[in-house]
Write a protein that binds this ligand. Structure first.
Ligand code: PEP
Length: 261
C-alpha cells in the first residue's frame, strides 16, 4: 500500500528564528491519521525545525544535496552533513534545474548520495510549458527519469523509500495548476517509464506526488485520483491554514485507502 505524503517545500523562506514556530504550528494543525508529513526548510533552519518537531511524527527534509560526500566544493552541503538534521531530501527540483543547471545525470548522482546516507529522496520531474503545449510532456518526463535512474538499482531506491513528484514547471508558483486528470495521466506515465528501467512491480509501489500551485481548495482534485499519493507544496506550505486544509483532505484519502488506523 502506497503512503499518502504531504511534503512542504519552504524554498528560500524563513530564518532559524521563525522556522521552528512555523513548523510547530503546522505540525499541530496537520495531525491526521494515515498521512505522512514532511517539512523541508532551508538548510540553516533544519536544526530549529528538527527541535521544534521533537515528539511530532513529521519528517524533516533538505531541499538539495551535493553530488559528492565531501571535498573542495565551497558553499555546498553534502548528504553526510545532514546526519541528525534531516531524513528526507528533495532532488531535481525544477528551480535547481533551471537556476543551477542541474542535469538528469547530476540528479542521478545526488540520488546515489542520498541512498548512501540513508536519506529518503523526493525526485522531481516535470515539463515546461512549451513541452506541454506541444504534447511532449510524457517524453520529457520519461527522459528525465531515464537520465536519473537508468543503471541504478531499483531495489536500493525502493528500499530508500523513493518518492517521485510530478511537478509541471508551468504550474510551480504560478497559481495555475494541472487538472487532476492530467496529473493522474502523468503519474501513470511515470510508473510506465520506470518499468523498462527494471522496476517491474516496484513501479506500482512507488508513491507519486503532484506539485504545482497546490492549495487547500484544489488538493481534492489530485487526491481524488487513485494514481496520486500526495502533494509537494511550495507557497501554500508557509501558511498553516492552507496546510491544515490540505492535510484534512489528505486524511480523507488515507481513510478511503485504508491507511488511517
Ligand atoms: C514546489 O516548490 O515544489 C511547488 C510546487 O511550489 P508551489 O506550490 O508554490 O507551486
Amino acid at each position: 500500500m502506497r503512503p499518502i505524503v504531504i511534503a512542504a517545500n519552504w524554498k528560500m523562506n524563513t530564518t532559524p528564528a521563525d522556522a521552528g514556530e512555523l513548523a510547530r504550528t503546522i505540525a499541530s494543525r496537520t495531525r491526521v491519521p494515515g498521512v505522512t508529513r514532511v517539512i523541508c526548510p532551508p538548510y540553516v533552519s533544519l536544526a530549529a525545525v528538527r527541535d521544534a518537531l521533537s515528539g511530532e511524527d513529521v519528517g524533516v527534509g533538505a531541499q538539495n544535496i551535493h553530488h559528492e560526500l565531501a571535498g573542495a566544493f565551497t558553499g555546498e552541503i553534502s548528504a553526510l552533513m545532514l546526519d541528525g538534521l534531516a531524513t528526507w531530501v528533495i532532488l531535481g527540483h525544477s528551480e535547481r534545474r533551471a537556476y543551477f543547471n542541474e542535469t538528469d545525470s547530476l540528479v542521478g548522482r545526488k540520488l546515489d548520495r542520498a541512498v548512501d546516507a540513508g536519506l529518503r529522496p523526493i525526485l522531481c520531474v516535470g515539463e515546461v510549458l512549451a513541452d506541454r503545449e506541444s504534447g511532449r510532456q510524457t517524453g520529457i518526463v520519461d527522459s528525465q527519469l531515464r537520465g536519473a535512474l537508468e543503471g541504478r538499482d531499483p531495489v536500493a531506491l525502493a528500499a530508500a523509500g523513493l518518492v517521485i513528484a510530478y511537478e509541471p514547471v508551468w504550474a510551480i508558483g504560478t497559481g495555475r495548476n494541472a487538472s487532476g486528470a492530467d496529473a493522474a495521466a502523468m503519474a501513470d506515465a511515470i510508473r510506465a517509464a520506470l518499468r523498462p528501467l527494471g522496476w517491474g512491480g516496484t513501479a506500482e509501489a512507488t508513491p507519486v506526488l503532484y506539485g504545482g500551485s497546490v492549495t487547500s481548495t484544489n488538493i481534492g482534485d489530485f487526491l481524488g485520483e487513485p494514481a496520486i499519493d500526495g502533494a509537494l507544496i511550495g507557497g501554500a506550505s508557509l501558511k498553516p491554514d492552507e496546510m491544515a486544509g490540505i492535510a484534512a483532505r489528505a486524511g480523507l484519502t488515507a481513510a478511503a485507502r485504508g491507511l488511517a488506523t
